[in-house]
Design a protein around this ligand. Structure first.
Ligand code: NAG
Ligand code: NAG
Length: 563
């Protein structure tokens, strides 16, 4: 048995749970099944991995269910807010009532009168929010919650409690997942859940430069993130290919750098997206990647980019672009960046800003005579050193701009190139053989985020999620102090081959695997158990109207309006 109480707490009897009798069917027994790798010769009838019924993903930390089911009458059930309240909470309660009882693509049974007034009815849940709502979710938002469902007031009754609004949001999601529709009625088992995330930073990167993603697709992604308890939207908003961010100070950037006038996030869109995320307890961390990946910035910004040896035969042979990274030798460029980032810091309320720094193409710098002279003058001996110079200037000017201190994150190259970073600068690891990188970054004392294992833009035939589940951001050689510097991880969905037609199906439910690794106990390792919950979750997402793809072989989803 993999889920013993020592390892995961699933079967831990806390004083609070004394009401649960020994007859409880602890979830542990489900993990007896041995998980086997995908087997394409299975044949026969589907499904290969039968869906669970009323089980949540990610797996809660303390999770006890009894073999007694409560019935719910959707017409009379209500959430009873009895302590603090705020618009975010009212909005969430309304949203979850729809998600539970009337999701967009749900087809209930015909002509079933599901009245319920006996002792086995769950009529309401008391919501105890123990402190006033915070407006914006902070970096270490408090997401802990307690959910108990039984019909006996003396045993706690049916309550959802948390010290912060973010915990209530996570608890509502869990409740919406354990309620299930079976035999033409809404059911939920007697349950005790005490839950909190393993890592504070559970992110998802969307790239809106390679392909523009409409605002609605971003809203849907935020909904799907909330449905998987991911809490950081890493918005890789601009890149070489297009510049869809509408700058208030420099509107020409998106006019000349976007794919088209419609393919831009207006100032209003930006506000709407921030608000949509806030209401779901999701931070928005924008990334303005420099000094590489900046082709789209430069069309109307003469001198910003390094001309890349036009007409030079070596450049032609090397297939170099017309322009390379930002020219770090020109003072005017720092003046522009000062103004531009000043606006960015005002636009996005999060404590963190991602500064990129990956894959700087040194070849273009090396071809430029001005830059070579500049390096001589400044005693810079190599291009790593030049990138270091650029970052030192950038970090200095950012410090000068912001009245309140902001934190920065960078891709690992900035660290690898030995740019001196603030001790609280987060380094995002994306390259393969990441164990050593995580060790180096944390040894230097910087917080680290892992993405290497979760590049979900890569696909393959069959199931490819086992590796995502095996990946654990703490599995690298290092001291406990180093492990404490692991903030979490991020799923990456680069946009070369995705747009609004396929981004959701490519992300879900594959992303749920990383979401579980980042939220649930380290000991959650049972792939069969996960597979059954993933199948249920995929169908849940489909009933909610999202095109989540099949993931564990042949199966089908019940109660879909449009199968
Ligand atoms: C809920 O209770 C039913 C029996 O009423 C049992 O068959 C089922 O396994 C239980 N489900 C969970 C999630 O505990
Ligand atoms: C440049 O670096 C060399 C070797 O590190 C040093 O001897 C020299 O003084 C430096 N020159 C300037 C102008 O900083």
């Amino acid at each position: 048995m993999q889920y013993n109480s020592k390892q995961t707490g699933i079967a831990t009897m806390k004083p609070l749970t004394a009401w649960l009798s020994v007859a409880l069917a602890l979830t542990a027994h489900l993990s007896h099944a041995r998980y086997s790798s995908p087997n394409f010769n299975k044949g026969g009838f589907g499904p290969w991995h039968p869906s669970s019924r009323g089980r949540p993903i990610p797996l809660p930390r303390v999770y006890q269910t009894a073999e007694s089911t409560l019935r719910i009458d959707p017409r009379s059930f209500h959430f009873n807010i009895i302590e603090n309240e705020c618009e975010t909470l009212q909005d969430a309660v309304k949203r979850y009532k729809t998600l539970i009882f009337k999701p967009a693509n749900f087809k209930p049974c015909k002509n079933v009168e599901a009245t319920c007034d006996g002792g086995d009815c769950l009529k309401q849940i008391d919501i105890h929010l123990q402190s006033p709502c915070e407006e914006w979710p902070p970096v270490r938002m408090d997401e802990k919650y307690l959910l108990q469902l039984n019909t006996d007031k003396a045993k706690g009754g049916a309550t959802l409690s948390a010290s912060s609004i973010w915990g209530i949001l996570r608890g509502l999601e869990t409740f919406s997942q354990i309620v299930h529709y079976h035999d033409c009625q809404f059911l939920v088992n007697t349950t005790f859940i005490e839950d909190w995330p393993r890592f504070p930073w559970r992110g998802l990167l969307l790239d809106t430069s390679r392909h523009f993603l409409p605002k609605t697709t971003i809203f849907e992604t935020l909904d799907l993130m909330a449905m998987n308890k991911l809490n950081v939207f890493h918005w890789h908003i601009v890149d070489d290919n297009s510049f869809p961010y509408e700058s208030a100070r420099f509107p020409f950037l998106s006019k000349s750098g976007s794919y088209g006038q419609e393919l831009v996030y207006t100032r209003k869109d930006l506000k709407d997206i921030l608000e949509y995320a806030r209401r779901r307890g999701i931070r928005v961390v924008p990334e303005f990647d420099t000094p590489g990946h900046t082709q789209s910035w430069g069309r109307d910004l003469p001198g910003f980019l390094t001309p890349c040896g036009a007409g030079n035969s070596w450049a032609a042979k090397e297939d170099l672009p017309e322009y390379g990274p930002i020219d770090p030798s020109r003072e005017e460029n720092y003046a522009f960046l000062w103004k531009f980032f000043g606006e960015v810091l005002e636009t996005f309320p999060d404590q963190f800003l991602h500064l990129g720094g990956d894959e700087v193409d040194f070849r273009c710098w090396s071809m430029d005579e001005n830059i070579r002279n500049f390096m001589k003058k400044h005693n810079i001996s190599d291009y790593e050193g030049l990138e270091g110079y650029y970052f030192r200037r950038l970090l200095k000017l950012l410090d000068d701009i912001s009245s309140k201190k902001k934190n920065y994150m960078v891709w690992q190259e900035v660290f690898d190139n030995q740019v001196p970073l603030d001790p609280d600068a987060v380094v995002q690891i994306w390259k393969e053989k990441w164990e050593n990188d995580m060790a180096q970054v944390t040894l230097a004392g910087n917080p680290a985020l892992l993405s290497s294992c979760w590049y979900l833009d890569y696909i393959s035939y069959g199931t490819d999620w086992e590796e995502y589940y095996k990946c654990d951001p703490e599995n690298f050689p290092g001291t406990p102090a180093q492990k404490r510097l692991v903030l979490g991880g991020e799923v990456c969905m680069w946009g070369e081959f995705t747009d609004s037609t396929n981004v959701h199906s490519r992300l879900w439910p594959r992303g749920s695997v990383a979401a579980e690794r980042l939220w649930s106990a380290r000991e959650a390792q049972d792939g069969d158990f996960l597979a059954s919950r993933m199948n249920e979750h995929r169908c849940r997402l489909r009933r909610r109207g999202f095109p989540a793809q099949p993931i564990n072989g042949p199966d089908f989803c019940e109660h879909l309006k449009a199968p």
